[in-house]
Design a protein around this ligand. Structure first.
Ligand code: FEO
Length: 396
C-alpha cells in the first residue's frame, strides 16, 4: 500500500496483507486480505500512531522512512498494542531510540510484558482528556477500554477534525485506495460488519460508551487501523455502529443456517427459503459445514431472525451448528428471534438442545414450534405452519 496523504501533513503509512489464505487472529478467513493502517503526523514534532503486523513490517518501515523523508521521529503513540499492530514496536524503538513512547498506564503494563520493562520505563503516560502537543496539531486522548483490549485508546486532532480510532470502525479487506470515497455497497459493508461482529461484537456496552464520547466531537475523518479511512460515509457507519453495539438488527430477514449430513436437512432448509421468499421474506442460506462461522455471525448481526436446522449427532447438536450457537453466546448476541428444525434417523434431540442454547441469549424470542425431520419424512402441515409463523413475525 503506498503512502497516502490524509491531510497536508498527515500520512497513512500502513501496509496490507493480500494473502487470502491467511487466518486473521489464526481464526477468521480473510480472502479479501486485511490492511494494517498506521498514521504519521509531520508537524513541528513528528508522531507515528500505531505500528503494524509482523507480516507487513518491512513494507511498513519503508513507508515510514519514506514519509519521514529524513526527519527524526519524536513520538510513538500506542493507541492499541495487539500484535497485529504492536509487533512493530520493538523495531520502532530500536530504529528510533530518540522517540518517546506515548500510552496510558495499562499500555505500559502490557507493553512491559512484550518488550521488557527497561524499554518502557520512560513512556509518557496519558489519561482521559490529556493532550500531546505537536505544533499545529494536538492529540487529545480518549480512553476506550475493551474496544477492544483493556489498554485501547483513541486520539482526536481538533485541527483537522480527525478521530484516530484504532480498531473501532475498522474492516477486513486490502483495498487499493484507502479512502471510502466510492460507494459503501453491501460488499464493503459486509467486510466492516464481519470485522465488527466477530472482533468487537462482544463489547457492545463499551462501544456504546465510545459512541457517546464521539458524539461530542466534530469529526470530519475517521482513521482506523484496519480498513478504509472514512470521510464520506461517517454518518452511515455511526448509524450502523449504534445498531450493532445495541445488538439491534439492521433489517428484517431470516438467516437460515443448516447442518446436514446426507442432504435431507439441506433440502428442507432450501425449501424453507423458497417458501419464505414467496411470502416476501428476505433470507440468506448457509451450510454450517461449508461456511466459516464468522460469516454466519455477521449475518445474525444484520438480520432479525434465525432459522436453525440441525441433524442430531451423537445425541447432541451437530458440532458445527453447536459452535455457531456457542459463538452467538460468546459474542453476546441479543434481541433476535429463533426458530428450529431438528433432524435425524432416531433419538432426535437437536431441536430441544438448540433451543436451550438460544434461551441463554439475552432478549431472544422463539417463533413457531420445533419441526422434526425423521430421515426423509416430516409433518408438512407443521412445517408450513412454522413458515407462516416466521413470515408473520418478520412482517410484524
Ligand atoms: Fe487490530 Fe485489536 O487489533
Amino acid at each position: 500500500m503506498p503512502v497516502a496523504k490524509v491531510t497536508e501533513d498527515i500520512c497513512a503509512i500502513g501496509a496490507s496483507d493480500r494473502d487470502g489464505k491467511k487466518l486473521f487472529e489464526r481464526l477468521f478467513p480473510i480472502p479479501e486480505g486485511v490492511a494494517y493502517n498506521s498514521y504519521l503526523i509531520l508537524d513541528e514534532k513528528t508522531a507515528v500512531l500505531d505500528g503494524a503486523a509482523k507480516e507487513v513490517e518491512d513494507e511498513y518501515f519503508v513507508n515510514l522512512e519514506s514519509a519521514l523523508n529524513g526527519r527524526t521521529l519524536d513520538y510513538i503513540v500506542l493507541n492499541h498494542l495487539e500484535p497485529d499492530h504492536g509487533a512493530a514496536i520493538g523495531r520502532l524503538i530500536k530504529t528510533y531510540p530518540e522517540a518517546a513512547l506515548v500510552g496510558n498506564a495499562k499500555t505500559k503494563t502490557i507493553l512491559e510484558s512484550y518488550v521488557g520493562a527497561e524499554k518502557v520505563e520512560n513512556m509518557i503516560i496519558v489519561g482521559e482528556g490529556e493532550e500531546l502537543k505537536l505544533g499545529r496539531h494536538s492529540l487529545k486522548f480518549i480512553m476506550t477500554p475493551m474496544v477492544h483490549w483493556p489498554e485501547s485508546m483513541m486520539c482526536y486532532d481538533a485541527t483537522d477534525k480527525i478521530l484516530f480510532s484504532q480498531d473501532a470502525f475498522g474492516a477486513f479487506g486490502a483495498e487499493e485506495d484507502i479512502f471510502d470515497d466510492k460507494d459503501f455497497d453491501e460488499e464493503r459493508l459486509e467486510k466492516m460488519r464481519r470485522y465488527y461482529a466477530n472482533i468487537v461484537g462482544k463489547y457492545g456496552a463499551q462501544v456504546c460508551a465510545v459512541l457517546k464520547k464521539a458524539s461530542a466531537l466534530d469529526i470530519k475523518t475517521i482513521c482506523p487501523i484496519h480498513g478504509l479511512v472514512l470521510r464520506k460515509h461517517i454518518g452511515k457507519v455511526l448509524r450502523l455502529y449504534t445498531l450493532w453495539s445495541g445488538y439491534q438488527p439492521e433489517e428484517k430477514g431470516v438467516v437460515v443456517a443448516y447442518a446436514s449430513m446426507y442432504g435431507h436437512t439441506a433440502a428442507l432448509a432450501k425449501e424453507a427459503c423458497e417458501k419464505l421468499n414467496e411470502k416476501g421474506v428476505k433470507t440468506v442460506l448457509f451450510d454450517v459445514s461449508e461456511t466459516d462461522t464468522s460469516y454466519l455471525v455477521s449475518n445474525v448481526f444484520r438480520f432479525s431472525n434465525v432459522l436453525a436446522l440441525s441433524v442430531t449427532y451423537n445425541a447432541n447438536i451437530y458440532p458445527k451448528m453447536e459452535y455457531f450457537l456457542n459463538d452467538l453466546k460468546a459474542l453476546n448476541v441479543q434481541n433476535r428471534a429463533f426458530s428450529f428444525v431438528e433432524s435425524g434417523s432416531w433419538a432426535i434431540s437437536s431441536g430441544k438442545l438448540m433451543r436451550e442454547k438460544a434461551e441463554s441469549l439475552k432478549n431472544c424470542r422463539f417463533v413457531g414450534d420445533i419441526v422434526t425431520l425423521k430421515a426423509a419424512s416430516y409433518d408438512k402441515a407443521a412445517f408450513n405452519k412454522l413458515i407462516e409463523d416466521i413470515a408473520a413475525d418478520v412482517k410484524a
